[in-house]
Write a protein that binds this ligand. Structure first.
Ligand code: PLP
Length: 460
Protein backbone atom coordinates (compact mmCIF):
# COMPACT_ATOMS: atom_id res chain seq x y z
CA UNK A 1 0.00 0.00 0.00
CA UNK A 2 1.39 3.40 -0.89
CA UNK A 3 2.50 5.76 1.81
CA UNK A 4 -0.02 8.44 1.04
CA UNK A 5 -3.03 6.24 1.66
CA UNK A 6 -2.22 5.82 5.32
CA UNK A 7 -4.56 8.20 7.15
CA UNK A 8 -3.47 10.48 9.97
CA UNK A 9 -5.71 8.54 12.33
CA UNK A 10 -6.44 4.87 11.79
CA UNK A 11 -9.75 4.03 13.42
CA UNK A 12 -11.05 0.50 13.63
CA UNK A 13 -14.73 -0.29 13.67
CA UNK A 14 -16.58 -1.31 16.80
CA UNK A 15 -16.65 -4.96 15.82
CA UNK A 16 -12.87 -4.92 15.60
CA UNK A 17 -12.59 -4.41 19.37
CA UNK A 18 -10.80 -7.60 20.44
CA UNK A 19 -13.04 -10.45 21.59
CA UNK A 20 -10.19 -12.12 23.46
CA UNK A 21 -7.34 -10.95 25.61
CA UNK A 22 -3.95 -12.25 24.55
CA UNK A 23 -2.26 -14.24 27.31
CA UNK A 24 1.45 -13.60 26.89
CA UNK A 25 2.16 -16.10 29.68
CA UNK A 26 0.92 -18.88 27.41
CA UNK A 27 3.11 -17.65 24.54
CA UNK A 28 6.29 -17.46 26.63
CA UNK A 29 8.34 -20.61 26.40
CA UNK A 30 9.81 -20.14 29.84
CA UNK A 31 7.34 -18.88 32.44
CA UNK A 32 8.24 -16.38 35.13
CA UNK A 33 8.69 -17.69 38.66
CA UNK A 34 5.50 -18.07 40.72
CA UNK A 35 4.35 -15.79 43.53
CA UNK A 36 5.50 -17.04 46.90
CA UNK A 37 3.72 -16.95 50.23
CA UNK A 38 6.15 -14.94 52.39
CA UNK A 39 5.42 -17.08 55.46
CA UNK A 40 6.04 -20.49 53.87
CA UNK A 41 8.11 -19.47 50.81
CA UNK A 42 5.94 -21.93 48.86
CA UNK A 43 4.10 -20.89 45.68
CA UNK A 44 0.86 -19.08 46.56
CA UNK A 45 -2.17 -21.28 46.20
CA UNK A 46 -5.28 -20.16 44.42
CA UNK A 47 -7.11 -20.12 47.78
CA UNK A 48 -4.53 -17.77 49.31
CA UNK A 49 -4.70 -15.37 46.39
CA UNK A 50 -8.51 -15.42 46.46
CA UNK A 51 -8.49 -13.97 49.98
CA UNK A 52 -7.08 -10.77 48.53
CA UNK A 53 -8.11 -10.69 44.87
CA UNK A 54 -11.27 -11.48 42.91
CA UNK A 55 -11.57 -15.12 41.94
CA UNK A 56 -11.72 -14.68 38.19
CA UNK A 57 -8.66 -12.42 38.26
CA UNK A 58 -6.77 -15.08 40.22
CA UNK A 59 -7.71 -17.67 37.57
CA UNK A 60 -6.32 -15.36 34.91
CA UNK A 61 -3.24 -14.66 37.00
CA UNK A 62 -2.42 -18.35 37.20
CA UNK A 63 -3.33 -19.26 33.62
CA UNK A 64 -0.20 -20.15 31.66
CA UNK A 65 -1.86 -22.34 29.04
CA UNK A 66 -4.75 -20.55 27.30
CA UNK A 67 -3.34 -18.14 24.73
CA UNK A 68 -6.71 -16.43 24.24
CA UNK A 69 -9.07 -15.58 27.10
CA UNK A 70 -12.55 -14.46 26.14
CA UNK A 71 -13.59 -10.91 27.03
CA UNK A 72 -17.12 -11.05 28.54
CA UNK A 73 -19.78 -9.17 26.58
CA UNK A 74 -20.47 -6.80 29.53
CA UNK A 75 -16.85 -5.63 29.40
CA UNK A 76 -16.92 -5.28 25.62
CA UNK A 77 -20.06 -3.16 26.00
CA UNK A 78 -18.09 -0.80 28.21
CA UNK A 79 -15.05 -0.85 25.92
CA UNK A 80 -17.36 0.30 23.13
CA UNK A 81 -17.79 3.64 24.91
CA UNK A 82 -14.16 4.61 24.31
CA UNK A 83 -12.59 1.93 22.13
CA UNK A 84 -11.15 1.19 19.65
CA UNK A 85 -8.61 3.91 20.38
CA UNK A 86 -6.94 5.63 17.43
CA UNK A 87 -3.57 4.67 16.03
CA UNK A 88 -2.04 7.91 14.83
CA UNK A 89 0.62 8.44 12.20
CA UNK A 90 2.63 11.35 13.59
CA UNK A 91 3.09 13.02 10.21
CA UNK A 92 3.51 16.46 11.80
CA UNK A 93 6.16 15.27 14.24
CA UNK A 94 8.06 13.42 11.50
CA UNK A 95 8.12 16.59 9.43
CA UNK A 96 9.24 18.77 12.32
CA UNK A 97 12.05 16.36 13.14
CA UNK A 98 13.03 16.01 9.49
CA UNK A 99 13.33 12.27 9.97
CA UNK A 100 12.85 9.52 7.40
CA UNK A 101 11.42 7.39 10.25
CA UNK A 102 7.71 6.65 10.26
CA UNK A 103 6.28 7.33 13.68
CA UNK A 104 3.00 5.91 14.97
CA UNK A 105 1.43 6.22 18.36
CA UNK A 106 -1.48 4.45 19.99
CA UNK A 107 -3.46 7.03 21.93
CA UNK A 108 -5.10 5.75 25.12
CA UNK A 109 -6.00 9.14 26.61
CA UNK A 110 -9.42 9.48 24.96
CA UNK A 111 -11.51 8.69 28.04
CA UNK A 112 -12.28 10.61 31.22
CA UNK A 113 -9.67 8.75 33.28
CA UNK A 114 -7.18 10.06 30.75
CA UNK A 115 -5.21 6.83 30.48
CA UNK A 116 -5.10 3.18 29.48
CA UNK A 117 -5.92 2.15 33.07
CA UNK A 118 -9.63 1.99 32.29
CA UNK A 119 -9.00 -1.15 30.21
CA UNK A 120 -8.25 -3.16 33.33
CA UNK A 121 -10.43 -1.18 35.76
CA UNK A 122 -13.61 -2.13 33.95
CA UNK A 123 -12.61 -5.79 33.81
CA UNK A 124 -11.73 -5.97 37.49
CA UNK A 125 -14.88 -4.12 38.60
CA UNK A 126 -16.98 -6.43 36.45
CA UNK A 127 -15.45 -9.57 38.00
CA UNK A 128 -15.89 -8.16 41.53
CA UNK A 129 -19.55 -7.49 40.82
CA UNK A 130 -20.06 -10.90 39.24
CA UNK A 131 -18.57 -12.52 42.34
CA UNK A 132 -21.21 -10.73 44.40
CA UNK A 133 -18.82 -8.42 46.26
CA UNK A 134 -20.11 -5.16 47.72
CA UNK A 135 -16.90 -3.16 47.68
CA UNK A 136 -13.34 -2.95 46.44
CA UNK A 137 -10.27 -1.01 47.55
CA UNK A 138 -7.21 0.20 45.78
CA UNK A 139 -4.33 2.65 45.86
CA UNK A 140 -3.53 5.39 43.42
CA UNK A 141 -0.35 7.36 42.87
CA UNK A 142 -0.71 9.89 40.12
CA UNK A 143 -4.47 9.39 40.21
CA UNK A 144 -5.24 7.84 36.83
CA UNK A 145 -5.84 4.39 38.22
CA UNK A 146 -8.10 5.67 41.01
CA UNK A 147 -10.09 7.66 38.47
CA UNK A 148 -10.40 4.74 36.10
CA UNK A 149 -11.58 2.43 38.87
CA UNK A 150 -14.03 5.06 40.13
CA UNK A 151 -15.59 5.19 36.69
CA UNK A 152 -15.80 1.40 36.47
CA UNK A 153 -17.18 1.07 40.02
CA UNK A 154 -19.86 3.67 39.35
CA UNK A 155 -20.90 1.81 36.21
CA UNK A 156 -21.18 -1.57 37.92
CA UNK A 157 -22.54 -0.22 41.24
CA UNK A 158 -19.68 -1.06 43.62
CA UNK A 159 -18.42 0.89 46.64
CA UNK A 160 -14.82 1.94 46.21
CA UNK A 161 -12.23 3.23 48.68
CA UNK A 162 -9.09 4.72 47.14
CA UNK A 163 -5.92 5.25 49.14
CA UNK A 164 -4.20 8.10 47.34
CA UNK A 165 -0.50 8.80 47.87
CA UNK A 166 -0.49 11.92 50.02
CA UNK A 167 1.79 14.09 47.87
CA UNK A 168 -0.38 13.34 44.85
CA UNK A 169 -3.60 14.16 46.65
CA UNK A 170 -2.08 17.51 47.63
CA UNK A 171 -0.65 18.19 44.17
CA UNK A 172 -3.74 17.04 42.34
CA UNK A 173 -6.83 18.03 44.31
CA UNK A 174 -8.89 18.00 41.12
CA UNK A 175 -8.10 14.35 40.49
CA UNK A 176 -9.56 13.63 43.92
CA UNK A 177 -12.74 15.51 43.02
CA UNK A 178 -13.15 13.55 39.79
CA UNK A 179 -12.98 10.32 41.80
CA UNK A 180 -15.48 11.62 44.34
CA UNK A 181 -17.78 12.71 41.53
CA UNK A 182 -17.82 9.09 40.41
CA UNK A 183 -18.69 8.08 43.97
CA UNK A 184 -15.35 6.88 45.37
CA UNK A 185 -14.17 7.53 48.91
CA UNK A 186 -10.66 8.98 48.72
CA UNK A 187 -8.25 8.74 51.69
CA UNK A 188 -4.79 10.37 51.67
CA UNK A 189 -2.12 7.75 52.43
CA UNK A 190 -0.47 7.14 54.86
CA UNK A 191 -3.65 7.49 56.92
CA UNK A 192 -4.78 6.81 60.46
CA UNK A 193 -7.44 4.41 59.17
CA UNK A 194 -5.20 1.33 58.94
CA UNK A 195 -2.53 -0.38 61.03
CA UNK A 196 -0.07 -0.13 58.11
CA UNK A 197 -0.72 3.61 57.74
CA UNK A 198 -0.38 4.32 61.45
CA UNK A 199 2.90 2.42 61.60
CA UNK A 200 4.41 4.39 58.73
CA UNK A 201 3.22 7.68 60.21
CA UNK A 202 4.97 6.77 63.48
CA UNK A 203 8.21 5.86 61.71
CA UNK A 204 8.22 8.63 59.11
CA UNK A 205 6.13 11.52 60.42
CA UNK A 206 5.44 14.05 57.68
CA UNK A 207 6.09 11.56 54.86
CA UNK A 208 4.41 12.29 51.54
CA UNK A 209 3.66 8.59 51.17
CA UNK A 210 4.50 6.10 48.48
CA UNK A 211 2.68 3.65 46.27
CA UNK A 212 4.02 0.74 48.31
CA UNK A 213 2.54 2.22 51.47
CA UNK A 214 -0.84 2.98 49.85
CA UNK A 215 -0.98 -0.62 48.60
CA UNK A 216 -0.42 -1.88 52.15
CA UNK A 217 -3.32 0.22 53.41
CA UNK A 218 -5.66 -0.89 50.64
CA UNK A 219 -4.80 -4.58 51.09
CA UNK A 220 -5.31 -4.34 54.84
CA UNK A 221 -8.67 -2.66 54.36
CA UNK A 222 -9.76 -5.37 51.90
CA UNK A 223 -8.72 -8.17 54.25
CA UNK A 224 -10.47 -6.66 57.26
CA UNK A 225 -13.72 -5.69 55.48
CA UNK A 226 -16.58 -8.05 54.68
CA UNK A 227 -17.35 -8.70 51.01
CA UNK A 228 -14.43 -6.60 49.89
CA UNK A 229 -11.40 -7.29 47.72
CA UNK A 230 -8.31 -5.41 46.68
CA UNK A 231 -7.68 -4.56 43.05
CA UNK A 232 -4.41 -3.47 41.55
CA UNK A 233 -3.87 -1.27 38.51
CA UNK A 234 -0.53 -2.57 37.27
CA UNK A 235 2.27 -5.12 37.82
CA UNK A 236 0.15 -8.31 37.98
CA UNK A 237 -0.30 -10.65 35.04
CA UNK A 238 -4.08 -10.25 34.84
CA UNK A 239 -3.72 -6.47 34.59
CA UNK A 240 -1.22 -6.85 31.78
CA UNK A 241 -3.62 -9.33 30.18
CA UNK A 242 -6.46 -6.77 30.14
CA UNK A 243 -4.11 -4.21 28.58
CA UNK A 244 -3.48 -6.46 25.59
CA UNK A 245 -6.46 -4.83 23.89
CA UNK A 246 -3.97 -2.02 23.14
CA UNK A 247 -1.47 -4.20 21.30
CA UNK A 248 -4.11 -6.25 19.54
CA UNK A 249 -5.84 -3.18 18.13
CA UNK A 250 -2.45 -1.88 16.96
CA UNK A 251 -1.72 -5.16 15.26
CA UNK A 252 -5.06 -5.32 13.45
CA UNK A 253 -4.78 -1.68 12.33
CA UNK A 254 -1.20 -2.10 11.14
CA UNK A 255 -1.87 -5.33 9.30
CA UNK A 256 -4.75 -3.63 7.51
CA UNK A 257 -2.34 -1.10 6.07
CA UNK A 258 0.61 -3.44 5.64
CA UNK A 259 2.67 -1.65 8.29
CA UNK A 260 5.35 -3.60 10.13
CA UNK A 261 6.90 -1.93 13.17
CA UNK A 262 10.68 -2.16 13.53
CA UNK A 263 10.57 -0.83 17.03
CA UNK A 264 7.94 -0.64 19.77
CA UNK A 265 8.46 1.76 22.65
CA UNK A 266 6.49 2.09 25.88
CA UNK A 267 6.92 3.74 29.25
CA UNK A 268 7.27 1.42 32.23
CA UNK A 269 5.86 2.04 35.69
CA UNK A 270 4.62 -1.35 36.78
CA UNK A 271 4.80 -2.54 33.17
CA UNK A 272 1.12 -3.02 32.27
CA UNK A 273 0.75 -0.71 29.26
CA UNK A 274 4.11 -1.73 27.83
CA UNK A 275 3.32 -5.40 28.32
CA UNK A 276 -0.15 -4.96 26.81
CA UNK A 277 1.18 -2.99 23.86
CA UNK A 278 3.87 -5.48 22.94
CA UNK A 279 2.04 -8.73 23.87
CA UNK A 280 0.80 -9.98 20.48
CA UNK A 281 3.94 -8.73 18.71
CA UNK A 282 6.08 -10.44 21.33
CA UNK A 283 4.16 -13.67 20.84
CA UNK A 284 5.11 -13.49 17.17
CA UNK A 285 8.72 -12.70 18.03
CA UNK A 286 8.91 -15.72 20.31
CA UNK A 287 7.51 -17.81 17.45
CA UNK A 288 10.26 -16.46 15.17
CA UNK A 289 7.87 -14.40 13.02
CA UNK A 290 9.42 -10.96 13.56
CA UNK A 291 12.50 -9.32 14.98
CA UNK A 292 11.01 -6.21 16.54
CA UNK A 293 13.15 -4.13 18.86
CA UNK A 294 11.10 -3.65 22.05
CA UNK A 295 12.16 -0.81 24.35
CA UNK A 296 10.76 -0.15 27.82
CA UNK A 297 11.48 3.32 29.15
CA UNK A 298 11.81 4.24 32.80
CA UNK A 299 12.78 7.35 34.76
CA UNK A 300 16.46 7.71 35.68
CA UNK A 301 15.31 8.42 39.24
CA UNK A 302 13.38 5.13 39.56
CA UNK A 303 15.38 2.67 37.43
CA UNK A 304 14.00 -0.73 38.41
CA UNK A 305 14.80 -2.59 35.16
CA UNK A 306 18.15 -1.01 34.38
CA UNK A 307 19.60 -0.83 37.88
CA UNK A 308 17.36 -3.02 40.02
CA UNK A 309 17.95 -6.56 41.18
CA UNK A 310 16.11 -9.57 39.75
CA UNK A 311 14.88 -10.99 43.01
CA UNK A 312 11.87 -12.05 45.04
CA UNK A 313 10.46 -8.97 46.72
CA UNK A 314 7.26 -7.68 48.28
CA UNK A 315 4.90 -5.65 46.15
CA UNK A 316 4.26 -3.22 49.03
CA UNK A 317 6.25 -1.51 51.77
CA UNK A 318 4.39 -3.09 54.72
CA UNK A 319 5.44 -6.49 53.38
CA UNK A 320 2.01 -8.06 53.47
CA UNK A 321 1.62 -8.96 49.78
CA UNK A 322 2.96 -12.17 48.21
CA UNK A 323 6.56 -12.19 47.02
CA UNK A 324 7.06 -11.67 43.30
CA UNK A 325 10.25 -12.35 41.38
CA UNK A 326 10.88 -9.17 39.48
CA UNK A 327 13.36 -6.39 38.85
CA UNK A 328 13.13 -4.32 42.00
CA UNK A 329 14.78 -1.43 43.80
CA UNK A 330 13.56 -2.87 47.11
CA UNK A 331 10.12 -2.37 48.60
CA UNK A 332 11.41 0.43 50.88
CA UNK A 333 12.69 2.42 47.91
CA UNK A 334 11.28 5.94 47.70
CA UNK A 335 12.00 8.08 44.65
CA UNK A 336 13.72 11.42 45.35
CA UNK A 337 11.34 14.23 46.37
CA UNK A 338 12.06 16.20 43.17
CA UNK A 339 10.68 13.34 41.06
CA UNK A 340 7.66 14.73 39.22
CA UNK A 341 6.97 12.45 36.32
CA UNK A 342 5.15 9.40 37.69
CA UNK A 343 6.39 5.83 37.13
CA UNK A 344 7.54 5.71 40.74
CA UNK A 345 6.91 2.06 41.61
CA UNK A 346 9.85 0.11 43.12
CA UNK A 347 9.24 -3.09 41.13
CA UNK A 348 8.27 -4.25 37.66
CA UNK A 349 5.75 -6.70 36.23
CA UNK A 350 7.08 -10.27 36.55
CA UNK A 351 6.26 -10.84 32.86
CA UNK A 352 8.15 -7.74 31.69
CA UNK A 353 10.97 -8.60 34.12
CA UNK A 354 11.26 -12.09 32.69
CA UNK A 355 11.28 -10.81 29.09
CA UNK A 356 14.02 -8.38 30.05
CA UNK A 357 15.98 -11.04 31.89
CA UNK A 358 15.78 -13.31 28.85
CA UNK A 359 16.98 -10.55 26.51
CA UNK A 360 13.71 -10.29 24.56
CA UNK A 361 13.28 -6.58 25.32
CA UNK A 362 15.61 -3.68 26.01
CA UNK A 363 15.25 -0.94 28.61
CA UNK A 364 16.33 2.70 28.67
CA UNK A 365 16.29 5.42 31.28
CA UNK A 366 15.60 9.07 30.67
CA UNK A 367 15.93 12.14 32.88
CA UNK A 368 12.85 14.12 33.68
CA UNK A 369 13.83 17.53 32.23
CA UNK A 370 14.51 15.77 28.92
CA UNK A 371 11.15 14.01 29.26
CA UNK A 372 9.33 17.30 29.70
CA UNK A 373 11.21 18.83 26.76
CA UNK A 374 9.85 16.01 24.63
CA UNK A 375 6.38 16.47 26.14
CA UNK A 376 6.39 20.16 25.26
CA UNK A 377 7.64 19.55 21.74
CA UNK A 378 4.99 16.87 21.22
CA UNK A 379 2.20 19.05 22.61
CA UNK A 380 3.13 21.91 20.31
CA UNK A 381 3.46 19.79 17.19
CA UNK A 382 0.95 16.94 17.56
CA UNK A 383 -1.58 18.88 19.63
CA UNK A 384 -2.06 16.41 22.49
CA UNK A 385 -0.90 17.41 25.97
CA UNK A 386 0.76 14.17 27.08
CA UNK A 387 0.93 12.69 30.57
CA UNK A 388 4.46 12.90 32.01
CA UNK A 389 4.51 9.09 32.15
CA UNK A 390 3.71 8.78 28.45
CA UNK A 391 6.33 11.40 27.68
CA UNK A 392 9.07 8.96 28.65
CA UNK A 393 8.09 6.96 25.57
CA UNK A 394 7.84 10.13 23.47
CA UNK A 395 11.40 11.07 24.50
CA UNK A 396 12.84 7.78 23.29
CA UNK A 397 10.68 7.74 20.13
CA UNK A 398 11.99 11.20 19.21
CA UNK A 399 15.57 10.19 20.01
CA UNK A 400 15.26 7.09 17.84
CA UNK A 401 13.69 9.10 15.00
CA UNK A 402 16.58 11.55 15.21
CA UNK A 403 19.04 8.66 15.01
CA UNK A 404 17.28 7.61 11.79
CA UNK A 405 17.84 11.12 10.48
CA UNK A 406 21.58 10.61 10.94
CA UNK A 407 21.70 7.14 9.45
CA UNK A 408 19.06 7.70 6.78
CA UNK A 409 17.14 4.62 7.92
CA UNK A 410 13.37 4.81 7.45
CA UNK A 411 12.44 2.74 10.48
CA UNK A 412 8.84 2.30 11.53
CA UNK A 413 8.50 3.29 15.16
CA UNK A 414 5.40 2.59 17.24
CA UNK A 415 5.01 4.00 20.70
CA UNK A 416 2.31 3.97 23.36
CA UNK A 417 0.83 7.36 24.22
CA UNK A 418 -0.76 6.18 27.41
CA UNK A 419 -2.57 9.32 28.49
CA UNK A 420 -3.10 13.03 28.82
CA UNK A 421 -1.48 15.39 31.31
CA UNK A 422 -4.21 17.87 32.28
CA UNK A 423 -3.86 17.03 35.97
CA UNK A 424 -0.07 17.23 35.91
CA UNK A 425 0.18 20.98 35.69
CA UNK A 426 2.19 21.23 38.93
CA UNK A 427 4.94 19.27 37.19
CA UNK A 428 4.54 21.22 33.96
CA UNK A 429 4.73 24.43 36.01
CA UNK A 430 8.08 23.37 37.47
CA UNK A 431 9.30 22.70 33.97
CA UNK A 432 7.96 26.01 32.62
CA UNK A 433 9.43 27.92 35.59
CA UNK A 434 12.80 26.30 35.01
CA UNK A 435 12.82 24.87 38.54
CA UNK A 436 12.63 21.22 37.53
CA UNK A 437 15.78 19.28 38.35
CA UNK A 438 17.10 15.83 37.54
CA UNK A 439 18.16 13.25 40.03
CA UNK A 440 20.07 10.10 39.31
CA UNK A 441 20.46 8.01 42.46
CA UNK A 442 24.00 6.93 43.28
CA UNK A 443 24.75 3.27 43.96
CA UNK A 444 24.81 4.23 47.64
CA UNK A 445 21.33 5.75 47.37
CA UNK A 446 20.05 2.52 45.85
CA UNK A 447 21.76 0.38 48.48
CA UNK A 448 19.26 1.46 51.10
CA UNK A 449 16.36 0.15 49.05
CA UNK A 450 18.19 -3.07 48.20
CA UNK A 451 18.54 -3.78 51.90
CA UNK A 452 14.77 -4.17 52.09
CA UNK A 453 14.78 -7.06 49.60
CA UNK A 454 14.05 -10.16 51.71
CA UNK A 455 17.11 -12.11 52.73
CA UNK A 456 15.79 -15.54 51.75
CA UNK A 457 17.36 -18.61 50.17
CA UNK A 458 15.74 -18.12 46.73
CA UNK A 459 17.42 -14.70 46.48
CA UNK A 460 20.90 -16.07 47.08
C1 PLP B 1 -0.19 4.37 35.30
C2 PLP B 1 0.30 4.99 34.07
C3 PLP B 1 1.48 4.54 33.46
C4 PLP B 1 2.37 3.48 34.03
O1 PLP B 1 1.78 2.29 34.38
P1 PLP B 1 2.11 0.92 33.65
O2 PLP B 1 1.47 -0.11 34.48
O3 PLP B 1 3.59 0.79 33.61
O4 PLP B 1 1.52 1.01 32.33
C5 PLP B 1 1.85 5.14 32.28
N1 PLP B 1 1.13 6.12 31.73
C6 PLP B 1 0.00 6.59 32.29
C7 PLP B 1 -0.75 7.69 31.62
C8 PLP B 1 -0.46 6.02 33.47
O5 PLP B 1 -1.59 6.46 34.02
Amino acid sequence: MSEKTIPYKIYLSENEIPKYWYNLNAAMKEKHDPFLNPATLKPCTKEELCQVFCKECVDQELDTTNLYIEIPQEIRDFYRMYRPSPLVRAYCLEKALGTPAKIYYKFEGNNTSGSHKLNSAVAQAYYAKKQGLKSITTETGAGQWGTALSMASAYFGLDLTVFMVKVSSEQKPHRREVMRTYGAKVIASPSETTEAGRKILREFPGTGGSLGCAISEAVEKAMTTDSCRYVLGSVLDHVLLHQTVIGQECKVAMEKYGIEPDMIIGCCGGGSNFGGLIAPFMGDKIAGKNNIDFIGVEPASCPSLTRGKYAYDFCDSAKITPLARMYTLGCDFMPAPNHAGGLRYHGMSPVVSKLYHDGLIRAKTVEQTKVFEAAEQFARIEGILPAPESSHAIRVAIDEALKCKETGEAKTILFGLTGTGYFDMTSYKQFNDGTMTDFIPTDDDLKQGFESIPDIAVNK
